[in-house]
Design a protein around this ligand. Structure first.
Ligand SMILES: [Zn+2]
Length: 258
């Protein structure tokens, strides 16, 4: 390769990196409900629209809705109780929160789309021992919505993508691979932070809505038991070790209980 060529590639690469850094930091704002500074690429309306649009296909991926209206009502009711009795009711998502029980009998999971569409699989639901534990799961997911974690992650991935293409153009394949590994690590770490923040918010919502926050610890024990002895060590997974989360949940209960 000719030297002039390489120089141009380096300049373009540096330009892409600078541009993505600029874009990322110029979107920085403080989340007024969590106090956390974050970079967001989506508006609240975009988040809500995106969540509503993807909810049906999300449900389909888990076998659709669980065919029992009474249980659906219970999930919806507990979710709404948490929203209407906590700071979640002051957020722009307050009227758009929906809580669904999915038919999936195998995958133990719960998740939130941006803007307030929240799901729990029957596999997880059926393991819960009481309504407070259900509130624990849903409270954690409401935490992801209020914390705007999906929108934040999207902004981060935009940055990651920009950084990657910058390094690729500027430094060739090896540098690109290196940057990819670094980017993965960064995203993983942020993911864990999001989980812990959602646990913290979930505990707060539970207390505000009159649920027993200790039952969040029960949820962690269920998750731990479900994962079995061959569980991936914490540092390799985007989800923090339930044992580690229990410690933080205990701290949150102390912090928020009056
Ligand atoms: Zn989570």
């Amino acid at each position: 390769m000719r030297r002039g060529n390489l120089k141009i590639r380096l300049i373009i690469g540096a330009g892409i990196i600078l541009f993505s850094l600029f874009k990322y930091y110029s979107n920085s704002e403080t989340n007024e409900y969590t106090g956390k500074k974050q970079s967001i690429a989506l508006s609240v309306d975009d988040e809500i629209r995106l969540g509503l649009q993807s909810a049906p296909s999300m449900a389909q991926q888990h076998g659709g809705l669980y065919p029992d209206q009474e249980l659906q009502n219970l999930v919806q009711e507990v979710g709404k109780t948490l929203v209407n009795n906590s700071i979640a009711r002051e957020t722009p998502y307050r009227n758009d929160f929906n809580f669904y029980l999915l038919r999936d009998p195998k995958v133990i999971n719960a998740f939130a789309l941006p803007g307030g569409q929240i799901f729990i699989t029957y596999a997880l639901f059926s393991k819960l021992e009481n309504e407070d534990q259900l509130a624990g799961v849903l409270g954690h997911e409401i935490g992801h919505v209020v914390g705007r974690h999906s929108a934040e992650r999207m902004a981060k991935q935009g940055l990651t993508q920009g950084l990657l293409s910058g390094v690729m153009v500027g430094g060739g394949d090896a540098a690109g691979q290196m940057a990819g590994m670094i980017a993965n690590t960064i995203n993983m770490k942020y993911g864990r932070g999001d989980e812990l923040e959602s646990d913290d918010l979930g505990v707060k919502f539970m207390i505000d809505a009159g649920y027993e926050p200790e039952e969040m610890i029960g949820v962690m024990k269920i998750l731990k038991a479900a994962a079995g002895p061959n569980r991936t060590p914490e540092f390799q997974s985007t989800h923090p070790d339930p044992e580690n989360r229990i410690q933080k949940i205990k701290e949150a209960i102390q912090k928020y209980r009056k």
